[in-house]
Design a protein around this ligand. Structure first.
Ligand code: NDP
Length: 295
């Protein structure tokens, strides 16, 4: 008979090897759902591990990374506002982390800590289940950390054009200045104004602002030009609520919609694979989150 996850954890603790330790660091982390889906993933893989959610204030970021190393943590997630601040304290970065300038996943390789960005990769997976992003004309609304990771991955996967619409235009321009020398994608930055019109030409429209998070009745004022030639995909990064005002409007305008839970779960699943070498089960992780969000 197969041992349960708890039995394996206890066995590992009593007889070694020790359970693997993982954590999420950020501030605030109250309400951060990562632990729920990671523990569900470990359990389904019968991988003896503990996942802790830790509040780390800005002045403690360096000490926290040194602590992760000293205590032998096998990996970690980094959430707002430390995704940029952790970088100087890591030993190396993957291409996604280097180009996006942000780390959300730390992988231990021997004594070294490697920073990766799985946010963009998780987003890409959720879109490419429908269609490859190669040659797409994309509109990304927002220019914060999530947008930065998504835009980097879209460019690395050969989206032909990316337009970034943001309230603070300089932030959109910063993303372009950082990425443009390294990729072939054509970029432009436009101001996000009231009643912003989403042109017909876009194949993919990404809502990457924080508007609507924990606020089911809030959404940006957007006007959707009808698309008469081809399919349009609309994706929201907001994962709670799962069905946002943006997605409802996109659906009404005829788009195929992708919710933010897909990105959240896939970025977590990629991290689990980095850490355990095993394929995490998407459905197990998503079910755990959906259950948590309805409590
Ligand atoms: P940031 O704080 O880095 O960026 C916030 C973005 O939202 C900026 O572009 C900001 O514009 C814009 N914004 C905020 N309020 C308004 C408003 N009232 N009107 C117009 N624009 C506004 O946040 P993140 O990028 O880290 O996170 C954004 C969202 O993505 C959050 O909801 C977060 O939970 C979600 N997220 C989801 C993930 C997933 O896996 N699904 C992963 C990571 C994040 P400006 O620059 O002008 O301030």
């Amino acid at each position: 008979m197969k041992n349960s996850y708890t039995e394996l954890s206890h066995k590992a603790l009593m007889h070694g090897p020790l359970e693997a330790l993982f954590c999420c660091i950020g501030d605030p982390v109250v309400g951060n759902p990562t632990q729920i889906m990671m523990e569900a993933a470990f359990e389904s893989l019968l991988f003896p591990a503990r996942y802790l959610t830790c509040t780390v204030t800005a002045p403690q970021v360096q000490a926290a990374i040194e602590g992760i190393k000293a205590l032998g943590f096998a990996g970690a997630n980094v959430t707002a506002p430390h995704k940029v601040a952790v970088i100087p304290f890591l030993d190396s970065l993957t291409e996604s982390a280097r180009l996006s300038g942000a780390v959300n996943c730390i992988i231990r390789q021997g004594d070294a800590l490697v920073g990766d960005n799985t946010d963009g990769k998780g987003f890409l997976t959720s879109i490419e289940l429908i269609r490859a992003v190669k040659n797409m004309d994309v509109l990304v609304i927002g220019a914060g950390g999530a947008a930065r990771a998504i835009i980097t991955e879209l460019a690395l996967h050969h989206a032909s054009k990316i337009t970034i619409a943001n309230r603070t235009l300089s932030k959109a321009q910063d993303i372009i200045d950082r990425l443009a020398p390294h990729v072939k994608t054509e970029f432009s930055a436009v101001p996000l104004t009231e009643n912003f019109t989403i042109g017909e030409r876009f194949d993919l429209v990404v809502q990457a602002t924080s508007v609507g998070l924990f606020a089911p009745d809030e959404g940006l004022d957007l006007v959707w030009e009808p698309k008469t030639n081809g399919e349009r995909i609309a994706a929201d990064v907001v994962f709670n609520p799962i069905n946002t005002k943006f997605l409802a409007a996109a659906k009404k305008a005829g788009a195929t919609t992708v919710d933010g839970l897909g990105m959240l779960v896939y970025q977590g699943a990629i991290a689990v694979t980095h850490w355990t070498g095993k394929d995490a089960e998407y459905s197990v992780m998503r079910n755990a989150l959906e259950k948590a969000f309805t409590i």
